[in-house]
Design a protein around this ligand. Structure first.
Ligand SMILES: Nc1nc2c(c(=O)[nH]1)N[C@H]1C(S)=C(S)[C@@H](COP(=O)(O)O)O[C@H]1N2
Ligand SMILES: [Mo]
Length: 326
């Protein structure tokens, strides 16, 4: 994993999902049908029209260019232009080049799509993505994203807190971790025809991390249905951790008593750990983590502990040696 794209790029512009982003999101997708759409059935409605994705997700064209008031978890930093956020991607199921996912994601069918929920939960079940989405009101969050390779973006996600989902599933008293599994389908994922990684891609969080209000499940980006290359129809977003924790194309969520395996720590245990909290003081064995290049900018900036979310999440790790548990 190296940052191969060093070409100068346009400065990032301030393009934010607005105000009643939820309403605008639905409206722009041609799916806004009045107040009912605001009350939890909205995404269900939206997802019945998967075609809206292709039609409305025109790279670079924002839905609304107005500012909305920032929420407590939003960064006010300039949002990475949608065109860049959707063409510079890590998604090894589609290939190892940053341009592969945008080129290949059209082969991924995100409807119908089910998510198996099992393990230490009171109600194991297999649920359709549209049903799962309809359980929660859609929120937006503008988060920094720091890839372990040393680049970063600012992404305006749409989705719901992971904690809302976990609580609804009613973990048993044995549940201590959450494991996420991505789709395994070499027919749709050309990258899975080679042993680049151990397929399917798996990730995990400690239960208290998963319940933290910053931990997020995204179904949209920049006021649009999540593009395939960014993890449609459902991906994890954990902004204080390196980007590889944000598993895309989730098909299974398992509550476990033991710490689950994770793809990158299986692939290279000396380089990637389970926790993977952004830490500028712990270098990757092959490069420094002290600085990062924000996509769209030329010079590097310092990387912040927990990717700038230390105030919110550092207490989750009190007493832990974050060098040892990287
Ligand atoms: N299933 C899956 N999820 C994945 C990856 C992947 O290869 N496969 N790459 C990860 C890495 S390394 C990063 S940096 C982020 C990139 O997310 P983005 O393309 O939406 O910016 O996705 C993560 N999620
Ligand atoms: Mo990454």
């Amino acid at each position: 994993m190296t940052d191969s794209n060093k070409k100068p790029q346009e400065p990032a512009s301030r393009i934010v999902t607005p105000t009643s982003s939820r309403r605008e999101f639905l409206k722009s997708a041609g799916l806004f049908t009045g107040t009912a759409a605001l009350l939890g059935g909205g995404l269900e409605l939206l997802s019945r029209h998967p075609g809206a994705s292709a039609e409305s997700a025109v790279p670079g064209s924002p839905i609304v260019q107005a500012k909305r008031p920032l929420g407590p978890y939003d960064t006010s930093e300039p949002v990475t232009p949608y065109e860049q956020a959707t063409t510079y991607n890590n998604y090894y199921e589609f290939g190892t080049d940053k341009a592969d996912p945008a080129r290949m994601a059209g082969t991924l069918h995100t409807r119908p799509w089910t998510i198996k929920i099992d393990g230490e939960v009171k109600k194991p079940q297999t649920v359709d993505i549209d049903t799962l989405q309809s359980w929660f009101p859609l929120e937006d969050r503008i988060y920094r994203m720091r890839c372990v390779e040393g680049w970063s973006m600012v992404m305006p996600w749409l989705g719901f807190p992971l904690g809302s989902l976990i609580r609804r599933l009613e973990p048993t008293s044995k549940a201590k971790y959450v494991q996420f599994t991505a789709l395994l389908d070499p027919k749709q994922f050309p990258g899975q025809r080679a042993d680049v990684l151990n397929w399917p891609y798996v990730e995990g969080l400690r239960l208290d991390e998963a319940l933290h209000p910053l931990a997020f499940m995204a179904v949209g980006l920049n006021g649009r249905i999540l593009p395939g290359q960014n993890g449609a129809p459902l991906r994890l977003v954990v902004p204080w951790k390196y980007g590889f924790k944000g598993i895309k194309a989730i098909v299974r969520i398992t509550l476990t008593a033991k710490q689950p395996q994770t793809t990158w720590s299986l692939a290279a245990p000396d380089e990637y750990g389970f926790y993977a909290n952004v830490n500028p003081k712990v270098d990757h064995p092959r490069w420094s983590q002290a600085t990062e290049r924000r996509i769209g900018e030329l010079s590097r900036r310092p990387t912040l502990p927990f990717n700038g979310y230390a105030k919110e999440v550092a207490s989750l790790y009190s007493g832990m040696d974050l060098r040892k548990f990287f």
